[in-house]
Design a protein around this ligand. Structure first.
Ligand SMILES: Cc1ncc(COP(=O)(O)O)c(C=O)c1O
Length: 448
């Protein structure tokens, strides 16, 4: 094995094979400004990846620099264990709760990212049931194509096997139901019927396991990474909420992507017309400027901890939870989200962007579907449009299109069979026009 390794030094990248990383043309990002980033050679690239679904307020915002450096002048790092905290963490917890009053949220536990937020949610759900005197409620039900991060809990509830195969066996007690994926399912072409079928599968699974053994249902209001933007029909989430209520199962919404505006509503669950019991937040909470995540629980869940004994101890926590710099960044990022009404911009520009991409369906036979909500958009490639036959595992077409786009000044993410667009929520219609034109040119370059 070579000791000098690759373009990336001795570093292994995420979601990549080290051997492949040695061969790829690296994108080394050097700086960012608004919706653009600049690579190490000074090339300007329109960032339709938004970092990784996260830089919602755009790159290089002076307000963020000011907030972070002001806090840096005071203190960079201190813990949030037992009896210690800091003002930015306390203020951000108040801010998050004030933004989630519609959901009756009551308490916040901070962490450093989406995987942490999910892990915290799963552990709190189990402890909740122990506190309620039902310790046998330990099972979790989640969705096919769901993505909840990479820790053992999140991995175990993920809907795609490829996240689990190298690391199994996964945790026992994790089950998946079909996802109401309108483009890809063998159940029904009618979205309402499809969603009802999937909800029924949830109820059947509950009854099969025994509702008294189930801690929570967990899902993303709109599935992001696992299925390439899967938007459930409108009746899906209200039915899931109804079934959770019927059997007193907790409902956890993983809002790591959809939280703070990306889908066109402040929260994806709010857009879907439901209030979860627990929300997992990350990415947009600090717009990615400093790693930050949060698990938020509603009044019902929080009240279980109103106990004096040792059973109320939350034996969970992270060195960097409530990190002062991250929380200072979070406070400013969220104030920008509100001040600039970024959820509304995501809805407006997202709909426009989608409209600009739709004609590609007529131009390129390789495209099976173009779908999106807010600024979560996917173009799914297929082997055969009529049969929707997916691309083979070794088919590099999405990668080739994303590389062709990169050469023309646009970053889009190739993810399995799809190309994903998740730009900053400050994206304008002009940016959408620019991105759509480059995507068209990239397809033309690969498919002509
Ligand atoms: C819905 C969802 N949950 C959890 C995660 C994991 O977050 P992180 O990569 O910050 O650990 C992601 C990451 O993309 C995500 O999309």
């Amino acid at each position: 094995m070579s000791k000098t390794a690759s373009n990336f030094g001795p570093m292994w990248l995420g979601m990549a094979s080290p051997r492949m990383s040695e061969q790829v043309d690296p994108l080394i990002v050097e700086r960012g400004e608004g919706v653009y980033v600049y690579d190490k050679d000074g090339n300007r690239l329109l960032d339709s990846q938004g970092g990784l679904w996260c830089v919602n307020i755009g790159h290089g915002r002076p307000e963020m620099k000011e907030a972070i450096t002001n806090q840096l002048d005071k203190i960079a790092c201190y813990n949030n264990f037992v009896d210690t905290s800091n003002n930015p963490a306390i203020e951000l917890s108040k801010k998050v709760i004030s933004m989630t009053q519609e959901e009756d949220m009551a308490r916040v536990m901070f962490c450093s990212g989406g995987s942490d937020a999910n892990e915290t949610a799963l552990k709190l759900a189990r402890q909740y049931w122990k506190l309620k005197g039902m310790p046998e409620r330990t099972n979790f039900i989640s969705m096919q194509y769901g993505y909840h991060g990479v820790h053992f809990g999140g991995m175990s509830i993920n809907g795609n096997d490829y996240y689990k195969e190298p690391y199994g066996p996964v945790l026992p007690g994790c089950y998946q139901i079909p996802s109401p994926f309108t483009y890809r399912n063998e159940i029904s072409d009618d979205p309402v019927e499809l969603a009802e079928h999937c909800a029924q599968k949830f109820e059947e699974k509950l009854l099969e396991l025994g509702p008294e053994t189930v801690a929570a249902f967990i899902g993303e209001p709109i599935q992001g990474a696992g299925g390439g933007v899967v938007i459930p029909p409108k009746n899906f989430w209200p039915r899931i909420r109804e079934i959770c209520d019927k059997y007193e199962v907790l409902l956890i919404c993983d809002e790591v992507i959809t939280g703070f505006g990306r889908s066109g509503s402040m929260f994806g669950s709010r857009g879907a017309g439901i209030a979860p019991d627990i929300m997992c937040l990350a990415k947009g909470i600090s717009s990615g400027y400093i790693p930050l995540g949060a698990t938020v629980v509603n009044q019902r869940v929080a009240s279980a901890w109103e106990v004096d004994g040792p059973e109320g101890l939350i034996m969970h926590g992270f060195t960097y939870m409530g990190h002062p710099l991250a929380c200072a960044a979070g406070l400013t990022a969220l104030s920008i989200v509100e001040k600039e009404n970024l959820p509304a911009n995501a809805a407006d520009v997202g709909a426009y962007f989608l409209q600009q991409l739709m004609p590609l369906l007529d131009k390129y036979e390789a495209i099976g579907d173009v779908r999106g909500k807010g600024l979560m958009i996917a173009i799914e490639l297929v082997k055969d449009r009529a049969t929707k036959e997916p691309l083979g595992h070794d088919d590099e077409s999405p990668l080739m299109v994303s590389r062709a786009a990169m050469q023309r000044g646009l970053i889009i993410r190739a993810l399995a069979n799809s190309l994903i667009m998740s730009p900053p929520l400050i994206f304008s219609k002009e940016n959408a026009d620019e991105a759509a034109a480059i995507i068209d040119q990239a397809f033309a370059a690969v498919y002509s």
